[in-house]
Design a protein around this ligand. Structure first.
Ligand SMILES: NC(=O)c1ccc[n+]([C@@H]2O[C@H](COP(=O)([O-])OP(=O)(O)OC[C@H]3O[C@@H](n4cnc5c(N)ncnc54)[C@H](O)[C@@H]3O)[C@@H](O)[C@H]2O)c1
Length: 360
């Protein structure tokens, strides 16, 4: 199995990649000298497919395994579900010689990671991401947390996993829109950080849409390597790590305005990336053909690229509620050509909205 290291001193860890490799989870946890008891946090959808192979592997490696199931859905990434996890950990009598395994998408990974960060002031945890978004983004880098009724991801901690186990075979059962939404995040790495990755996706869209194993292994590994190198330089997002928010500022506004129901996260990010790319072009950071290549790629990946119709006032209000707003200005990430980025502070939002094509 291939692996790469996220180098963070004593908090360093490895990301393993392979096809049908869940059976390796137990031996890898044993190598890491994890405690004797493992609590696998999952949801009914993912658990139905993948709990048993993970359980069997952990049990064979000598661990006592418990199952903690949380309901499926972003709306359950909250303090009530978190309390349910704590209750089960306490009832099971799990002590510091235990660890958590997050088996699922970004929702399970974020909440289980935060439970691990806080239970008994922190016990180790392992990420076994099963969505493409979680495999290329949320399982790496240590952002954990839950939503608050007043906003997403408002409560949380930076807490790195002990290892990340990526089995691309788990993507076989992922619903199509979830899969395409993950591809938007892969495209993001290409657009702002890696022109070669962009070209690979551009030249292999059919294979990627067909979930070809070799192509997937390549883009997932490359995306994780990029994310690892960014996190190594700026673990707590004081600067560079914000590049990963490319497309997310407008994307969040789109999600807010459409009540988080119309678009998947990656779809909203695709729309946001196009708005950012058009704005970058108007600033002379990219040329027309580069912008067109970006739009062509996202369309080929069956992602939306048009801003939904809302007034400029509605967009402006949604944008200014963003976490990245300071003193009325937005800290914005632009692409520089393809494969590069540029940070700029945006105080006048109208060009962004105009180039995004919003009327009235
Ligand atoms: N921590 C970070 O750095 C970070 C980064 C990006 C996003 N996130 C968070 O990630 C969350 C979104 O994650 P997501 O897109 O993975 O959504 P998700 O976890 O809700 O998963 C999407 C759906 O797919 C199902 N599913 C997962 N794996 C499956 C599989 N292999 N087969 C069949 N169904 C499967 C899930 O049950 C769910 O219904 C958000 O809460 C977001 O805030 C965190």
């Amino acid at each position: 199995m291939d692996n790469i290291t996220v180098g963070l001193g004593e908090r360093s860890y490895k990301i393993f990649f392979g096809h049908q490799v869940l059976a390796e989870t137990g031996p890898l946890c044993r190598d890491l000298k994890m405690g004797s008891r493992a609590a696998v946090v999952t949801n009914p959808t993912v658990g139905a497919h993948y709990f048993e192979p993970v359980r069997a592997s952990l049990a064979k490696a000598g661990f006592t395994v418990h199952r903690i199931e949380i309901p499926d859905g972003e709306e359950y990434k909250n303090s009530e579900t978190l309390k349910g996890i704590y209750d089960r950990l306490i009832d099971l009598g799990l002590d510091r010689g235990s660890y958590l395994v997050a088996l699922g998408g970004g929702v399970v990974g974020d909440i289980a990671g935060y439970a691990a960060a806080t239970y008994l002031r922190g016990i180790p945890f392992v990420q076994v991401p099963t969505t493409l978004l979680a495999q290329v983004d949320s399982s790496v880098g240590g952002k954990t947390g839950i939503n608050h009724e007043k906003g997403k991801n408002l409560i949380g901690a930076f807490y790195q996993p002990g290892l990340v186990m990526i089995d691309v075979a788990t993507l076989d059962t992922l619903p199509e829109r979830e899969y395409l939404s993950g591809l938007a995040e892969v495209a993001k790495y290409g657009i702002v950080l890696d022109g070669e990755l962009f070209d690979f996706i551009f030249n292999n869209t059919d294979k990627l849409l067909g979930r070809d194993t070799e192509s997937l292994l390549f883009v997932i590994q490359r995306s994780c390597a990029i994310k690892a190198s960014v996190v190594e330089k700026d673990e707590r997002e004081t600067g560079l790590r914000a590049v990963l928010n490319y497309g997310h500022t407008v994307g969040h506004a789109v999600e807010t305005l459409t009540g988080y129901t119309k678009y998947k996260h990656g779809e909203a990010v695709a729309i946001g990336m196009v708005a950012a790319a058009k704005y970058a072009e108007s600033m002379g950071l990219a040329n027309k053909s580069e912008t067109e290549r970006i739009i062509t790629l996202l369309k080929a990946l069956r992602l939306p690229v048009e801003l939904p119709e809302f007034s400029v006032a509605a967009y402006t209000e949604a944008l200014l509620r963003d976490k990245k707003v300071r003193d009325g200005g937005l800290n914005f990430v632009f692409n520089k050509g393809i494969g590069g980025f540029h940070f700029a502070r945006v105080t006048d939002l109208s060009p962004l909205l105009k180039t995004g094509g919003i009327g009235g």
